[in-house]
Write a protein that binds this ligand. Structure first.
Ligand code: ADP
Ligand code: ASP
Ligand code: MG
Length: 404
C-alpha cells in the first residue's frame, strides 16, 4: 500500500463538473489500494475576486485580515470535493489548515510551514478514509490564520509529502506537465519529461506559474520528487527530480517570462562607497523586492547611474521612497519605465556550453528586440525587454535553442 498526496489546482476544481471529475480521479486512486491525502486550491478566479474586494475597502488592507479572507476560497473547494467523494460512497472529510494544525511562521500573506500535526489524519486514512486538506493556509503561533503566498497550495502539498512521509507528491493541473515554455504563449512548447529541482526553481521564480517557487525550494531542500500531471488527460507528466538522475542533451531546458516589471534609473549619484547601500536600504526597509541591478560610472569616474528593476505594482511606492530620501541619496535626475518583461533561458546544460549568451543576444537582435538589462547565474540568463515584445522573444529563443 502506498501513501500519496495528490494536489488539485484551481483550474482543476474550477466548476462543479470539474469537482465531480476530480472526485472520480481520487476515487480511482483510492480504489487502487492507496492511502490518499488530497490537497485542494480554491476554485479558479476565487482568490483574485477576494483580493479585489479587500483592495476596494483599502489599498493597504490589513495583512492578517487579508489572510482570513483569501484562505476562505479553499474552505469552499475542500468541502465541495469532500461532499462529492461522500456522494460516490467514499469515506471523506475536509480539514482546514488550523484544524490539523499546519503551523506556520507569522509572515502573513507569505508564510512558511514550520510543522504539521499528523496523528489525526494518519488515523483517518489508515481506516479507509480520504483526507481532503484545504491548501494555501495554516495558522501562526499567535493563533491567527496565515496564507502561503499566491499559488501556495503547491507548497501545502510538498510540506504534507514531507511531514506525512508520503511515497509520492503529485500536482494535478490544467496542462500535461512542465513545458519548454508556457504552452499558452507558444504552440511549439513541448512537455519536458524530467527537470531538475534547480532548473524548476529558476523557471518558476522567473515566471513559470505551473509550480510555486517556495514549493520547489522545499522539495529541493528535502529531496521530495514531484510529479506534475494533468487532471484532464492520462499523459505521463513531468518529474521534478535531482539533477544527477537526468541526462542532459540540450543546453537550454526551458524559457520563462514574467510581465509587469518596471525599471528605475537614478542618474548622477556620487560614485563613492556606500551610495548603492544608501539607495537600496530605504527601499528594502519598505519591503520592496529589487530584481536586476546595473551600475555604470561616468568617464571622469565622479558620478554613477544606478538602474534597477522591481515589480510594476511597487513602482509608485519605490519612487516615493527615493524622493523622500533625496537628501541622503543625492542624485541629479530619476527616470522610470514600466511595461517591461523579463525573458529567461534556463538550463543545467549551460554550465558546460560556452557561447550561449552571445547566441541569445544575437537571436534577439535579429528580431530587432532591444535589451534593457541583463542578469545571469550558472544556469540562467535573463534579459529585460519591452513587454509587448514578450511573445516574439519567447518564440524566437524557443526555436533558436532547438526546443521547437
Ligand atoms: P493550477 O490552477 O493547477 O495551480 P496554475 O494556473 O497555477 O495551475 O499553473 C498552470 C499554468 O501555468 C498553465 O495553464 C500554464 O499556462 C502556466 N505555465 C507557465 N509556464 C509554464 C510552463 N513552462 N509549463 C507549463 N505551464 C506553464
Ligand atoms: N488559491 C490560491 C491562489 O490562487 C492558492 C493556489 O491556487 O495554489 O493563489
Ligand atoms: Mg498554481
Amino acid at each position: 500500500m502506498k501513501r500519496l498526496v495528490i494536489k488539485f489546482g484551481g483550474t482543476s476544481v474550477g466548476n462543479i463538473e470539474k469537482i465531480k471529475k476530480v472526485a472520480n480521479i481520487v476515487k480511482k486512486r483510492f480504489e487502487e489500494g492507496n492511502e490518499i491525502i488530497v490537497v485542494v486550491s480554491a476554485m479558479s478566479g476565487e482568490t483574485n475576486k477576494l483580493n479585489t474586494k479587500a483592495q476596494s475597502i483599502a489599498q493597504n488592507f490589513d495583512d492578517k485580515e487579508l489572510d482570513v479572507l483569501l484562505s476562505s476560497g479553499e474552505q469552499v473547494s475542500s468541502s465541495l470535493l469532500s461532499g462529492a467523494l461522500i456522494d460516490l460512497g467514499i469515506k471523506a472529510r475536509s480539514w482546514l489548515g488550523w484544524q490539523i494544525p499546519i503551523i506556520t511562521d507569522d509572515n502573513y500573506t507569505f508564510s512558511k510551514i514550520i510543522k504539521i500535526r499528523t496523528d489525526e489524519i494518519l488515523n483517518f486514512i489508515s481506516h479507509k478514509g480520504v483526507a481532503v486538506i484545504a491548501g494555501f493556509q495554516g495558522i501562526s503561533k499567535e493563533n491567527r490564520i496565515t496564507t502561503l503566498g499566491r499559488g501556495g497550495s503547491d507548497l501545502s502539498a510538498v510540506a504534507i509529502a514531507k511531514f506525512f512521509q508520503t511515497d509520492s507528491c503529485e500536482i494535478y493541473t490544467d496542462v500535461d506537465g512542465v513545458f519548454t515554455t508556457d504552452p499558452s504563449i507558444s504552440h511549439q512548447a513541448k512537455k519536458i519529461d524530467k527537470i531538475s529541482y534547480e532548473e524548476m526553481l529558476e523557471m518558476s521564480s522567473l515566471g513559470a506559474k505551473v509550480m510555486q517557487p517556495s514549493a520547489v525550494q522545499t522539495s529541493m531542500i528535502d529531496n521530495i520528487p514531484i510529479h506534475v500531471r494533468s487532471t484532464f488527460s492520462e499523459k505521463s507528466g513531468t518529474k521534478i527530480i535531482s539533477e544527477s538522475e537526468i541526462d542532459y542533451k540540450k543546453v537550454v531546458t526551458g524559457i520563462a517570462y514574467s510581465k509587469n516589471n518596471a525599471k528605475i534609473s537614478i542618474i548622477g549619484v556620487v560614485d563613492k562607497p556606500g551610495v548603492a547601500a544608501d539607495v537600496f536600504e530605504p527601499i528594502g526597509k519598505n519591503n520592496i523586492n529589487i530584481d536586476m541591478v546595473i551600475q555604470n560610472t561616468s568617464l571622469d569616474g565622479k558620478n554613477a547611474n544606478i538602474t534597477f528593476t522591481i515589480k510594476q505594482g511597487d513602482l509608485k511606492k519605490t519612487l516615493n521612497t527615493i524622493e523622500k530620501n533625496k537628501k541622503t541619496i543625492n542624485y541629479n535626475k530619476i527616470s522610470h519605465d514600466d511595461k517591461l518583461a523579463k525573458i529567461s533561458i534556463v538550463g543545467a546544460g549551460m554550465v558546460s556550453s560556452p557561447g550561449v549568451t552571445y547566441k541569445m543576444f544575437r537571436a534577439l537582435a535579429d528580431e530587432k528586440i532591444n535589451i534593457l538589462a541583463i542578469s545571469t547565474s550558472e544556469i540562467k540568463i535573463s534579459v529585460l525587454i519591452r513587454e509587448d515584445l514578450t511573445q516574439k522573444a519567447v518564440k524566437k529563443l524557443h526555436s533558436e535553442f532547438g526546443l521547437n
